[in-house]
Design a protein around this ligand. Structure first.
Ligand code: CMP
Length: 139
């Protein structure tokens, strides 16, 4: 059965362009309910932990540098079939390949500075949610 929860993080390129409000509006207009929300800035160690699955990729060091370059806005979102539905809303990782109307098509500038993260599986949605939020921070 598909899960109802996904995790997202608005990245420093988008927070730096003051796009947080517009992006959260797109998310709630698409039918997602915000169950947890925080603005924070990741340390190098926290970023390396969050993206540990990519640690052997050639872009890892640049990714950590970018994601720690400014604040991020992390959230837990609820909707039926949340992971797949959210990935449709944000569009392809590379904004050049993202469909019209998606958040990355609208607001991302490159494969690295791609405005927003979305979990790629129900399992990772749980892991990533737990990485950012305690039980007391969820509603
Ligand atoms: P995200 O969905 O947060 O998951 C991993 C991130 O790595 C991805 O978004 C991109 O920001 C980044 N990424 C993926 N592929 C590349 C690439 N080829 N070059 C640079 N960054 C990448």
């Amino acid at each position: 059965m598909k899960g109802k929860i996904t995790f997202t993080m608005i990245k420093p390129d988008a927070t730096g362009k003051n796009l947080t409000g517009k992006i959260l509006s797109k998310i709630t207009e698409a039918g997602f309910t915000i169950r947890a929300l925080k603005m924070t800035r990741l340390s190098k160690e926290q970023a390396e932990g969050f993206y540990a699955v990519h640690k052997d990729k050639p872009f890892f060091a640049d990714l950590v540098k970018f994601i720690t370059s400014g604040p991020v806005v992390a959230a837990i979102l609820e909707k039926e079939n949340a992971v797949e539905s959210f990935r449709e809303l944000i569009g392809a990782t590379n904004p050049a390949n993202a469909a019209e109307g998606t958040i990355r098509k609208l607001y991302a500038s490159s494969v690295q500075e791609n405005a927003i993260h979305g979990s790629d599986s129900d399992e990772n949605a749980q892991i990533e949610s737990n990485y950012f939020f305690s039980q007391l921070e969820r509603f």
